[in-house]
Design a protein around this ligand. Sequence first.
Ligand code: BGC
Length: 359
Amino acid sequence: MKAITVDPARRTLALLDAPEPALSAPTQAKLRMLEVGVCGTDKEICAFEYGTPPAGSAYLILGHESLAEVAQVGDRVGNLKPGDLVVTMVRRPCAHVHCRPCRSGRQDYCVTGDFVERGIKGQHGFMSEWVVDDAQYMVPVPRALRDIGVLVEPLTIAEKALEQVAAIQRRLPWEGDHTALVLGAGPVGLLGAMALRAAGYRVFVYSLEAAPNPKADVTAQIGATYVSATTHDMAALRETIGQIDLVFEATGAPQLSFDAARILGANGVFVLSGVPGHKPPITFDAGALMRGMVLQNQVLVGTVNAGRASFEAAIRDLGRFMERWPEAVRDLITGRFPATGYEALLQGRAGGIKNVITM
Ligand code: BGC
């Protein structure tokens, strides 16, 4: 079968003919891959910054944002049948008996670091024609979401962030309006902005690019406000917004993030979701940050990957987004390409918001 692969030792990418996987346990299902999204993580793997092939393989099949159709199920798979649409979760548990998160099915909170991630670390990903996995990692997606179901996985990052914010803010037992600042207008930022709008927040999206541009258009369509760094520095941003209750960071940019931490309001939560590359250190006023955090009960929280509940929440929310803002959701997918276009998408400077490979 066709598969898009990276060989980290030889620093090469290839569209190759890989062995087709087959069911090897009665709890597994075989999937026909429909679409796979390309994200920053894939590009970093293709810049050879990280990425680990499965044991015994020189190459790693890429891809972790997927939408697939069930082709075959093992005898002990009760919740899926051929023809169903599914999104497959990314992370698999580590093997350590003492890792309580992994032993509780919450490998997104793994404490040992020995987890496996499909398409990233130790197991093949989804940029291939066929995939076999245990059905417990597959989450059913309604047919109505066929066109945009590939956005589920990036949305889970924002959903898990919001679950953590809800848990933290249970400490504030009063009602009121809330304002969120989203840093970054990539797919995770814009999907996060949609989730925040759906949850009733007043939302500002802060991004490098000058408006008008397609990201600013999506922002306007969902009733949020786009602010560009070309016209507003942090002080002007704070002036425009007023009290900021939540910052959702989706840039992976350390300087911008810690500058923005300084404009977080009292009792606010700052969520970091971007993974910065290894670059020279930055300088910031840690004393001012600490003073602000202590004197204003602020919380800084990091979030990675997502559990099943976040996948289910993402599927429910995408359905809601499609009722409210069908065009804005569709506009997030700016390009669909055949597998042969892999080099330009993974190593070139392909623009747009979310590019998708049709398997
Ligand atoms: C994926 C996460 C994953 C993370 C770190 C992200 O691109 O969406 O599921 O845990 O990369 O590898």
